[in-house]
Design a protein around this ligand. Structure first.
Ligand code: PEP
Ligand code: MN
Length: 342
């Protein structure tokens, strides 16, 4: 349930409502809006005790949250959330482009890629240190060595870095090096991992599982928010369908829907979403048109030699071309967003 406070509600009145919500057995979450404060009663408790708060001083009304995801829902937080990664806000007026190799392979490879993507307009760097591979015989990532390379290249280029975390045992180490932790598609419903990540003070990039519904994806995000980490960015990366010409089917309607249902920023990943470099430009434009807050794109100095996902990676020239192709929509959207401050 949501307790909507009046614009004029005092700190003390808000504190009183929080106490009463907790006494009723719920977890109280205070959401500071631009105009007024909302106290969300999350979990299970004695419903009528919260309903009765509609008569408490400073309270406007008490309404049920109809969605199964609560803190993630726009019902609880109507204004959009911006998540800051280093100095880069995701979900603000500017659409962010994150780019880099699927896997970190060497310092030389990552630095060259970082410089090229930065030059072309990317504001964040991606690179896998721990790789979820379908086959155990495929390259599994350089692990801790790759984390050091990511941190060095961040120092050298100023680009904040995002890298995937696959297991709870790696969380502390990755937090020492990365600016943002990615939960990969295969781990979207790894609840032990989500619970652990709810306790860290780092933003999380939560990819949609290849067979997950939008509701399941938002409920996975709810694990993070309800456990205390509200710095969550969603990412649509394609789902499994009967289509065989593309690696996955990128669901751009889900980008728009996730933004409609949730206040969290939503990115699109046209690399994993299509598996085809030739589709990255058009799908990026479509994702921007659908409202995506940003893109994450795989780039490699020589895709042919990449140790993972070379077939879908752009080379430097290809990435620069995509950035040119999206320049006009990026500028237009940034203008609109700044004007409406969504
Ligand atoms: C990746 O980003 O390289 C990756 C493995 O992504 P996903 O989890 O979407 O497959
Ligand atoms: Mn990849």
């Amino acid at each position: 349930m949501i307790v909507n406070m009046l614009e004029s509600a005092s700190e003390e009145q808000i504190r009183h409502v929080v106490e009463r919500v907790n006494e009723a057995g719920y977890q109280a979450h205070v959401i500071q809006g631009t105009q007024r404060t909302i106290v969300a009663a999350i979990g299970s408790g004695t419903r009528h005790q919260v309903e009765a708060l509609r008569h408490a001083p400073g309270v406007d009304d008490v309404v049920p949250i109809s969605q199964p995801f609560k803190l993630v829902s726009r019902q609880v937080r109507p204004q959009r959330t911006a998540v800051k990664v280093g100095h880069v806000p995701i979900g603000g007026p500017d659409i962010v482009v994150i780019a880099g190799p699927c896997s970190v392979e060497s310092h030389e490879q990552l630095l060259a890629t970082a410089m090229a993507v930065k030059q072309a307009g990317a504001v964040m760097l991606r690179g896998g240190a721990y790789k979820p591979r379908t086959s155990p015989y495929d390259f599994q990532g350089l692990g801790p060595e790759a984390l050091q390379v990511l941190a060095e290249v961040r120092r050298e280029t100023g680009l904040p870095v995002v890298t995937e975390v696959m297991g709870t045992e790696d969380v502390d180490l990755i937090c020492e090096y990365a600016d943002m932790l990615q939960v990969g598609a295969r781990n979207m419903q790894n609840f032990a991992l989500l619970r652990r990540l709810a306790t860290v003070n780092k933003p999380i990039l939560l990819k949609r599982g290849p067979a997950a519904t939008v509701k399941e994806w938002l409920l996975a995000a709810e694990y993070l928010l309800s456990g205390g980490n509200s710095q969550v960015v969603l990412c649509e990366r394609g789902i499994k369908t009967f289509e065989t010409e593309m690696r996955n089917t990128i669901d751009l309607a889900a980008v728009a829907l996730a933004r409609e249902l949730s206040h969290l920023p939503v990115l699109a990943d046209p690399s994993h979403g299509t598996g085809r470099p030739s589709l990255i430009g058009p799908v990026s434009r479509a994702a921007i048109a659908a409202g995506a807050d940003g893109l994450i794109i795989e780039v490699h100095p020589c895709p042919e030699r990449a140790l993972s996902d070379g077939a879908q990676s752009l080379d430097f020239e290809g990435f620069a071309r995509v950035m040119q192709e999206i320049e006009t929509p990026l500028r237009r959207v940034a203008g609109n967003r700044a004007a409406t401050s969504v």
